[in-house]
Design a protein around this ligand. Structure first.
Ligand SMILES: [Zn+2]
Length: 507
């Protein structure tokens, strides 16, 4: 019945992926060739059902069932092959770009591309919807916390190694996951298939870039904006200019960049890229803690946020002046030292001070956030002084990048199962904790967290209460991790250190 599935895929492509009538015969032949079918199905299919599909899951399941029963492709290659088929029913990149550019309203254009990437299974929406997401409210600010079930957990040491390795390996094709050569790439067991990826070329500061969506979808319409060239992440004026250019073209999205240094950067440091999207992250709702007067930049307002980390906010209608002020803060911070605050800009390990920039535009006003970062390590904090401290690594040990700095936590998938087991402990199950941990060694990292919860709440709780307390424990840790990342703490002493930097900035 695979011939029937081919007809369903064609009907699906007509209704959801703008397959043109003239292309239908051509695409049918392609699918028949790939699936080794000699004659098309002549019977009827339930077109109404296909028209109402929000995601292609049912069709993909049909394909998967068929491929598992036959030996058309090896079992480990089934996912790659399904992506190839979904790519075959997706319009060519140029057709997608033309359609995207035909929308007057930029948000309509984004909605079109985002929907296309869901409908052709590049974004696997059903899996994404299974991710857990909640809001953690604190007195006068909040965080968003998500457990992402599809993103692999990476170690910081691996990120640094990857950077080194990929810089040596010039033969690799595509050189990395972000390179434009991924467009239509068949993939293999160590590299995802990307036949169903479509991206939009854009120009930032007169250089070629690409906009595409992230398959992991950390938040609504999570896009990645990628330099056409494969080169290492940078920081500074050129980057700030591109971010400001981006919100001129697409004021409906925010845009930000990870720092270029390990520990404080993201998981990919070897290809220059930004991340943006429709969702407004918690940092954009934070109130001002301090406001500064800075005569030299009379068209900008400069404030310091009441947020967990150390963030300056600049607002201005003057693009050039906000660019100059962003650059000045970055450049002054780049070489700033404060030994009492453990801030050393540069030593024999290399550069340590940098920023994580985020930009939005509201009406004619540019708003820039600069999170001050430092990636030094010490004997006491070998993973980073301004990084998640070791006692919190059970929740998150990965780099605190752009997204977390902006208040959205992406926690590893393992926590879904682990937290629910910890809830059971608070309800009296697994009452011999030592034995439980001995049998389930992955809980060793949670020992302190579990003991603290037991001390506070005992082990005789209802499931509902236990769940609330575990979540609230995770919330507290997430706030503390972001406070760990603050170069100036939100304490009287930290404020004094901050004011010293502001003083240095103005002189
Ligand atoms: Zn690359």
């Amino acid at each position: 019945m695979i011939a029937c599935t081919i007809e369903k895929l064609l009907a699906y492509a007509k209704h959801h992926l703008s397959l043109e009538e003239i292309d239908e015969i051509y695409v049918r032949n392609k699918l028949m060739q790939k699936l080794k079918v000699s004659h098309p199905y002549k019977g009827k299919i339930n077109e109404e059902e296909i028209k109402n599909m929000l995601v292609p899951d049912l069709l993909i399941q049909e394909l998967r069932d068929y491929l598992e029963k036959t030996n058309l492709v090896a079992s480990e290659e089934i996912n790659l092959f399904i992506t190839e088929l979904m790519g075959a029913i997706t319009p060519m990149p140029s057709a997608v770009i033309n359609k995207f550019n035909s929308f007057k309203d930029k948000q309509d254009a984004f909605n079109y591309l985002y929907d296309l990437q869901i409908k052709n299974n590049y974004i696997q929406k059903t899996a994404v919807d299974k991710n857990l997401l909640w809001v953690a409210n604190f007195k006068d600010k909040y965080l968003e916390i998500s457990i992402n079930l599809s993103k692999p957990e990476k170690k910081n040491t691996d990120v640094a190694k990857l950077l080194q390795k990929s810089n040596q390996d010039e033969e690799k094709y595509p050189q990395c996951l972000l390179c434009k050569e991924n467009l239509g790439f068949a993939g293999h067991l160590n590299h995802p298939a990307r036949e169903n990826l479509r991206f939009i070329p854009i120009s930032l500061d007169n250089t070629p870039w690409y906009l595409q969506y992230s398959p992991y979808v950390y938040y609504d319409q999570h896009c990645i904006v990628i330099d056409a060239e494969h080169k290492n992440m940078t920081m500074g004026k050129d980057k700030f200019k591109k971010l400001l250019d981006f919100v001129d073209i697409f004021p409906c999205y925010f845009i930000g960049s990870n720092s270029e240094l390990p520990i404080v950067g993201g998981s990919i440091l070897n290809h220059e890229h930004f991340q943006g999207g429709k969702h407004l992250l918690p940092i954009t709702k934070a109130q001002n803690e301090l406001e500064f007067c800075y005569e030299k930049y009379d068209k900008c307002t400069l404030s310091y946020l009441n947020f967990f980390n150390s963030t300056f906010k600049i607002e201005s209608n003057d693009k050039n002046q906000i660019l100059l002020l962003m650059t000045e803060i970055y450049e002054k911070w780049y070489s700033y030292n404060d030994l009492e605050a453990e801030i050393v800009a540069y030593d024999n390990e290399g550069q340590h001070n940098t920023v994580t920039p985020i930009v939005r535009k509201v009406g004619n006003t540019y708003i820039a956030y600069l999170v001050l970062r430092n990636n030094r390590t010490s004997e006491k904090h070998p993973e980073g002084i301004f990084h998640s401290h070791r006692e919190f690594h059970n929740i998150k040990s990965e780099g605190i990048g752009l997204i977390e700095s902006a208040g959205l936590y992406i926690l590893p998938a393992r926590l879904k199962r682990q937290l629910s087991e910890i809830e059971k402990i608070l309800c009296g199950e697994h009452n011999k904790l030592d034995e439980f941990i001995k049998e389930n060694t992955d809980f060793e990292i949670h020992r302190q967290f579990i003991n603290e919860l037991i001390q506070r709440y005992g082990t005789n709780n209802t499931a509902e209460f236990a769940h609330e307390m575990v979540i609230s424990g995770v919330n507290e840790i997430c706030a503390k991790i972001l406070e760990n990342s603050a170069v100036f703490k939100h304490t009287p002493e930290g404020t004094k250190q901050l004011l010293a930097f502001v003083n240095y900035l103005k002189n």
